[in-house]
Design a protein around this ligand. Structure first.
Ligand code: ATP
Ligand code: MG
Length: 149
């Protein structure tokens, strides 16, 4: 149940968000959406993306997890933040292995693997992951996953 998995990750991340005075919210109008796959791997995907939003959003910011749409075929959910954003020229490469921010404040404790791993796992589950962002305003990461057949 993907919805339960998302809820659990958000609850687990609350402490992390609180430390930075970031409001971590979710708006999930579904109770259940069953997908097929590796629960631990998918948990890692959601964690990586939520951790990024917390990391790249300054204090007093907001991170929200929401369902964009769902059907008999698949579900799309979004992790949205109002953080530092990603420059247009950077967007095509953030999923590259070892690609990470050049800013000292972030690069020290980064490996540049989080999104690369997330993409690998999502694609192994026949899903897709993409990002929309406005530099200086915020970032939305979208994840689409197919329903269990
Ligand atoms: P790691 O996840 O391995 O600790 P990382 O966060 O640097 O390191 P990725 O998660 O792969 O690596 O992200 C790659 C880069 O994409 C980041 O260094 C950052 O520049 C940018 N990025 C990712 N998520 C966001 C976000 N929510 N807001 C702004 N920039 C982001
Ligand atoms: Mg990361």
């Amino acid at each position: 149940n993907l919805i339960q998995l998302i809820k659990q990750v958000v609850i687990d991340m609350n402490l992390e968000a609180n430390k930075k005075d970031i409001q971590l919210e979710m708006s999930l109008e579904l109770e259940e959406f069953i997908i097929e796959g590796d629960q631990n791997r998918l948990q890692q995907v959601i964690q990586n993306v939520v951790i990024n939003s917390i990391k790249y959003t300054p204090s007093d910011g907001k991170v929200k997890v929401l369902i964009v749409e769902y059907s008999k075929k698949d579900i799309i959910f979004e992790v949205r933040d109002n953080g530092i954003g990603i420059k247009e020229e950077e967007l095509p490469i953030v999923f590259n292995r070892y690609y990470k921010s050049k800013k000292m404040e972030y690069s020290e404790d980064s490996t540049g693997l989080g999104l690369f791993i997330a993409k690998e796992i999502v694609e192994k589950h026949k899903g897709s992951i993409w990002i929309e962002s406005v530099f200086g305003e915020g970032t939305s990461v979208f994840i689409r996953l197919p329903v269990r057949q």
